[in-house]
Ligand binder design. Sequence first.
Ligand SMILES: C[S@@+](CC[C@H](N)C(=O)[O-])C[C@H]1O[C@@H](n2cnc3c(N)ncnc32)[C@H](O)[C@@H]1O
Length: 253
Amino acid sequence: MLEFDEENARRLVAVYTTPDVVDQRRAIRAVLALQPGEHVLDIGSGPGLLATEMAEEVGADGRVHGIDPSDSMLEIARHSETPVDYGLGDALTLPFADEEFDVAVSTQVYEYVDDIEGALAEARRVLRPGGRLLVLDTDWDSIVWHSSDRERMARVLSAWNEHLADPYLPRRLPALMRAAGLEPADAAIIPILNVGADRNTYSAGMLGLLAEYVAGRGGITADEATAWADDLRSLGDDYFFSINRYVFVATRS
Ligand SMILES: C[S@@+](CC[C@H](N)C(=O)[O-])C[C@H]1O[C@@H](n2cnc3c(N)ncnc32)[C@H](O)[C@@H]1O
């Protein structure tokens, strides 16, 4: 899977501050509708951008905790001057007592976790009865990415799917949540669409990371990965990318 080391953490911050991902966080917060005073856990908080925004929403009477297994991510998150409590932790063994939180969120994290049933059981354990869990993940079948070489694009995307435990997790999430004692209450889709030459976008920011990851996987050579990225960068006004994120909110029974 993808390693969230210092270099990749730095790259992700650049991508997560593009307008696409700023809009994504705004959409997540609209679905979540946090209330002042709520106690929130961000599972796999990464660079802490969503955690910071949630801390502003719950205000001084609320609290936000962020946990992540990556020291590099935690170091970035701790740089921001927000009242979020960060700590080392894993979705499968949350370092909190039962029923400690009103809300838990996990955005683009469960798709990396092998034991999704275990992760949902842990999220449920730390939520109070009636508390809510928001999960956002990408279904990589939803991608449309124009290229001059469709066959090469298909092989690159297939190799890239290896960076996740389940690149198609969203379609299974409602059933998995129900089985874990989390009743699905709301679902939404957050599309990302990049058309034209603008480089300050999610997909343009991900190009380098993808090219590096796929080189040497699935029969793709380093030269081929570079040629793939160069082709996309040369498309100018003909550049086209879209993908869907899926958001689910479930209530703990
Ligand atoms: C794509 S980033 C998303 C970060 C953040 N949730 C966001 O949406 O901005 C994935 C994060 O999940 C974390 N992660 C990976 N496996 C995890 C696990 N088993 N438990 C908790 N977090 C995990 C990574 O360290 C990384 O920070």
